[in-house]
Ligand binder design. Structure first.
Ligand code: ZN
Length: 250
C-alpha cells in the first residue's frame, strides 16, 4: 500500500548503478530507509527529490524492511543550505546526529518539527551555532541522556549560581559543586539559557543573542557532554570544527 509521508532527507547512499538508498526523517513514521530507483541519474526527478535536506511529500510503499519510494513532491528545497558550506556543515551535523540517535520507525512529530524548523531558520540566516545547541539538547533528551538543568541535580536547589558538571550530568549548586572540581562555573543568565535551550520549542525562537565567549563555553560543555554520553563518532562534527576554525580566522 502506498502511503503519503512528509519527510526530510537525512542522507543517501548509492545502491548499484542507478539507485540510491535514502534515509528520511518523517513526521508520520519517524526515521525510515527507502529505495529510490533511478535516483543516481543526475537529471531524473527522483534525483531532485532525494538531495540532502530536501523537505518533501513522498509517496512510499511501506514494507517490513526498506520502503520503496514511488514519487515525491518538493515542499521546500532548502537550497540555500546546500549552497553555503557553513550552513551545509551545520545541517549535515544535525542530520547525522539525528540519524545516529533516533531509532527507526519511532514517530516523534515534535522532534520532526524541531528538525524542520531548525533547518528553515539556518536557511534564513539565524544563528546556526545557537540553533544547533537547541536541537542537540532536544535530541539528547529523546535519546535519554539529557543533562539535568532545572535545578541542582544533587539537592534540588533551584537558585543559582550553578556549575555544570559533565561527570555528574548537569547542574550543581554552590553548596554541591565540590562533588566535581572540574565543573564549569556558569553565570545565572547562562544557566537559564541552558534550561531554555532544552525546553523551548525552536519555533518560538526570536532574537536570542549570546556573547561569543558564552557561546564558546556552552559549545565546549556540550561537546564534552556528548563525548561522554553520546557514544557515536560523528564525521560531520569534525568537519564542522574545521570550517568553524576557518571562519574565526578570516
Ligand atoms: Zn545542590
Amino acid at each position: 500500500m502506498l502511503e503519503k509521508i512528509e519527510g526530510i532527507v537525512l542522507r543517501t547512499r548509492d545502491y548499484g548503478e542507478t539507485h540510491k538508498i535514502v534515509t528520511l526523517f518523517t513526521r508520520e513514521k519517524g526515521k525510515i530507509g527507502v529505495m529510490a530507483r533511478g535516483a543516481k541519474k543526475p537529471k531524473s526527478r527522483m534525483s531532485s527529490i532525494t538531495q540532502p535536506f530536501i523537505h518533501g511529500q513522498y509517496l512510499i510503499q511501506i514494507g517490513s524492511g526498506l520502503g520503496l519510494l514511488s514519487q515525491g513532491e518538493m515542499l521546500s528545497s532548502l537550497r540555500v543550505i546546500r549552497e553555503d558550506i557553513v550552513k551545509a556543515a551545520y545541517a549535515s551535523y544535525l542530520a547525522e546526529l539525528t540519524d545516529k540517535l533516533v531509532d527507526e520507525k519511532q514517530p516523534d512529530p515534535f522532534l520532526f518539527e524541531q528538525f524542520l524548523k531548525t533547518l528553515q531558520w539556518i536557511a534564513e540566516d539565524k544563528d546556526s551555532e545557537i540553533l544547533a545547541m537547541m536541537y542537540e539538547l532536544k535530541i539528547y533528551r529523546k535519546a535519554g541522556f539529557a543533562p539535568k538543568v532545572d535545578a541542582c541535580l544533587n539537592c534540588g536547589r533551584e537558585e543559582g549560581p550553578f556549575s555544570f558538571s559533565v561527570v555528574e550530568g548537569g547542574l550543581l549548586c554552590f553548596r554541591c559543586k565540590q562533588r566535581d572540581p572540574q565543573a564549569y562555573g556558569l553565570t545565572d543568565p547562562l544557566s537559564r539559557l541552558l534550561r531554555l535551550f532544552l525546553h523551548m520549542d525552536v519555533k518560538r525562537l526570536g532574537q536570542v543573542s549570546m556573547k561569543a565567549e558564552n557561546k564558546k563555553k556552552l559549545r565546549q560543555i556540550l561537546d564534552e557532554y556528548y563525548d561522554r554520553y553520546g557514544g557515536y563518532h560523528l564525521k560531520s562534527k569534525k568537519f564542522l570544527k574545521q570550517i568553524d576554525l576557518f571562519k574565526d580566522n578570516d
